[in-house]
Ligand binder design. Sequence first.
Ligand code: ZN
Length: 228
Amino acid sequence: MFHRPQLCHPQWLPPHFLVVFTRFSCYQFHSIIRPRKASSDRQAKHSHGLWNTTQKLFPVSFADTQDRAFMQQALAEAEAAARLGEVPIGAVLVHQGAVVGRGYNLRETSNDPTTHAEMVAIRQAAAALGSWRLNDCTLYVTLEPCVMCMGAIILARVPRLVYGCRDPRVGAVGSIYDFSRDDRFNHRVEVTEGVLASECSELLSGFFRLLRARKKEERKPLSGEGDQ
Ligand code: ZN
């Protein structure tokens, strides 16, 4: 008797099928619950909370892998800042999958208080794209942006921001303010936080540990900790 193979039976599934299926499902799920432009603060809070919780529960997805890869590049920028003795904060700006701007904190080197990593990356990206409107871009930065940088992100119409760790002292995306959810602005920013958070945080705390040790050796008072 002719035996018809049952294609749905597990023995017909290639070994990697379940892995591919699981990853695809996670990606689909992420794309469904990814925070969108919210009509109210309450809706935005719920949306971001659900997204961040899901990021923790289902850490493997295409979107997540991509975010982590670009955050690694932002971390490399931050390490370049540390080599110059600057507070290690790095950023990359990605347009349709390609890095069009990158930068790290240069405040001490340039004696310019506006040369935060995000500002450097935004200026470079605008020059590369030939437009001040950074549509279809995602900004990756190792530390929660400050008031100035969040203002620049909104003015440049950057639609999405991904950051590593929070800055409880001057962070303007949830810590002391949340400009990403303020209805008074004519532009809303979709936010994902906590990507490679421990790596970003450890880079900063390691830098300040070293700075404190050097200051102790020199017997000089500590100052400026936490400043970008
Ligand atoms: Zn800033």
